[in-house]
Ligand binder design. Structure first.
Ligand code: SF4
Length: 69
């Protein structure tokens, strides 16, 4: 899973930090630090963060599943 936050859009509302505190942290008043490659086990928390962001700044890309040979 790949997480991308559009930092031009992000307004530091911190809703993602409440939804997934292990993966999103605000430093100071407005610098968002996040994990761009969280483990699959965090999927539910990341999805909550995506939905919680009031400006829809968080995008998640899922790895394509490996094809069976
Ligand atoms: S919830 Fe959205 S706007 Fe707020 S800090 Fe997170 S990414 Fe930025």
């Amino acid at each position: 899973m790949r997480v991308v936050v559009d930092l031009n859009r992000c307004q530091a509302y911190a809703q993602c930090c409440y939804a997934a505190p292990e993966r999103f942290v605000l430093r100071g008043d407005e610098i968002l630090v996040y994990d761009p490659a969280p483990p699959e086990a965090e999927r539910a928390a990341i999805d909550r963060a995506v939905l919680a962001c009031p400006v829809r700044a968080i995008r998640v890309e899922h790895e394509p599943r490996e094809r069976a040979a």
